[in-house]
Every structure is written in C-alpha cells, then in structure tokens.
Write a protein that binds this ligand. Structure first.
Ligand SMILES: Nc1ncnc2c1ncn2[C@@H]1O[C@H](COP(=O)(O)OP(=O)(O)O)[C@@H](O)[C@H]1O
Ligand SMILES: [Mg+2]
Length: 267
C-alpha cells in the first residue's frame, strides 16, 4: 500500500483488504457503576484509497474509535486491523513502530514546532526514523498541498490554513497506510477549512492515500467519499457520495430514531 501512485485497486473493490477495520470492537472506560461503554460492538471497514468521514453526536464514540483504529489506545474486546496486521496482538513497542511507520496524524491544533521551517517540520518524521528524504515525493506533496514558496517559512509566518497544510504534508511524508485526522478544520475559518479539505481530498484522489477524518461539520464531511455515522457507540448509518444535505438528513434521522426510545412514545 505504501506507494506514491494511486492504489491499483479502486476503493471499495469487493475482496480487497480494507486499509483499516474493526470487528466486535468494544471499549469501556472505568468499572462498576461508573463504567461508560464508549464503543459497543463496532464492525466497520475503511477502504484503501478512500476518504471517509466519521460523524455522530458529541459523546457517540468518534474519538474513541479513531484512537483504537490508530493504535493509540487499547480495546476492551474485539479486533482492530491495519491492513492485515491485527493491532490487538501487538505489544507497546510494536504499536509504537506501527504508528511511526504506517500511520499519519493530523490534529485540530496543528502541532508544528515554532523554531523549525515548514520543510523541517514536514521532514521531521523521517529525521526521527533515520530515513532519507525522498526529494521527488516531497516536491509532489509541496505542489499538491499548495506549499510551493512556503517551505522556508516558520509557522508564525504562515496562515492557519497553510500551517494545517504543512501538518498534512508531515502526516503524508512517510507514505503511511492511513492518515487519521481528528477535526482538522476545527481551528480554521470556513475559507481556510475548505482549502484544507480540498487538499486532503486531493491527497486521496491524486496521491492514492487513505484518509479517515472525524468531524462534526456536515460541510466538511461532504468532502469525503463516504460518511460513517456513530450513535451511542454503535454504527448507525453509512452514506455514500455524501452531500451537506444528505449528511444533515442522516444526522437528523439519528435524532428521530433516538427520540421515541428516549420518550417511550412513538412520534
Ligand atoms: N478517558 C475517558 N474516561 C472516561 N470516559 C471517557 C473517556 N474518553 C471518553 N469517554 C466517554 O466515552 C464516550 C465517548 O467519548 P468520545 O469517544 O470522546 O466521543 P466523541 O468523540 O464522539 O465526542 C463519552 O461518554 C465520553 O464521556
Ligand atoms: Mg471527540
């Protein structure tokens, strides 16, 4: 999967190994009366070479699911795979290596090092892994993410949108199997947010990467190829080729589904 060219297998091809998947995934925080079941038997596949958004109400388990898929936290039960690798079978060291070598992260706060230039921030993961910089790949990332002419700038000399694009380039520089993004536009105005989302989509369409993004914004989710809906720690919907309207309708359906149960009446 680690290639600079688009995936040979179109996203969602039957029989293809998903880039990331979960089976019977359950996560409980705390114990006894204080126990919170954040995920409750989640089965989900994320196709390689696709851009998927995870949505759902606050507290529905989005961040927990992303953390488990990315090997940042351990499941209570069930299984998590990255490609063919079963994460629940790995020890701490192996998980650390897997995160470093095969996963990219983009956070709401850009997490750039202020004293480093954009280029030094982008190549930092290679530096840390002791891997040579592939100049051709770096150039392709720079062009695709619209960072030409910005590489010698420090974060303070860049706009928020440009800083987040540097963070995306940093997440992609190791050619990870999957990039996980948690609310990547949460700190951006709507125009820079739209820019960042279209660059994320380009990195999937043009560079063949796989992106899984958590967001609460239907407009942001509509940039994805697919939206997976979570409610109460369970998969509650799946929207192909989402539009802001279809995503809003999907979220609205979750509310009306929950209301009669909560009220004990049929609305
Ligand atoms: N570290 C934690 N300790 C206890 N409860 C937690 C912890 N993290 C999340 N939760 C609970 O798990 C549920 C799901 O949380 P989370 O995955 O953060 O949801 P989302 O990202 O959709 O808002 C919520 O009820 C939340 O309060
Ligand atoms: Mg969250």
């Amino acid at each position: 999967m680690s290639s600079s060219t688009p995936a040979a297998v179109p996203p969602g091809t039957p029989g293809a190994v998903p880039a990331s998947s979960a089976r019977g995934l359950t996560k409980t925080y705390g114990s006894g009366a204080a126990a919170v079941r954040a995920l409750d038997g989640v089965d989900v596949d994320f196709a390689a070479g696709a851009f998927t958004a995870i949505m759902g109400p606050s507290g529905s388990g989005k961040s927990t699911l992303m953390h488990l898929l990315a090997g940042l936290d351990l499941a209570t039960s069930g299984s998590v795979r990255l490609g063919e690798t079963e994460l629940t079978a790995l020890d701490d060291d192996a998980l650390t290596h897997l995160r470093r070598d095969r996963i990219g992260f983009v956070f709401q706060s850009f997490n750039l090092l202020p004293m480093f230039t954009a280029e030094q921030n982008i190549t930092l993961p290679l530096e840390l892994a002791g891997t040579r910089v592939d100049r051709e790949w770096l150039d392709l990332l720079t062009v695709t993410l619209g960072l030409t002419g910005r590489l010698t700038h420090r974060p303070s000399e860049l706009s928020g949108g440009q800083q987040q694009r540097v963070a995306i380039a940093r997440a992609l520089v190791t050619r990870p199997d999957v990039v996980f993004a948690d609310e990547p536009t949460g700190n951006l105005d709507s125009r820079s947010g739209a820019e960042v989302l279209s660059f994320l989509r380009r990195s999937v369409r043009e560079l063949g990467r796989t992106v899984i993004m958590v967001t609460h914004d239907p407009t942001a989710a509509a940039y994805a190829d697919r939206v997976v809906l979570l409610a109460d720690g369970r998969i509650a919907g799946d929207i192909a080729e989402p539009t802001p309207e279809s995503v809003l309708a999907g979220l609205e359906a979750l509310r009306t589904l929950e209301a009669p149960i909560a009220d004990g009446v049929n609305a």
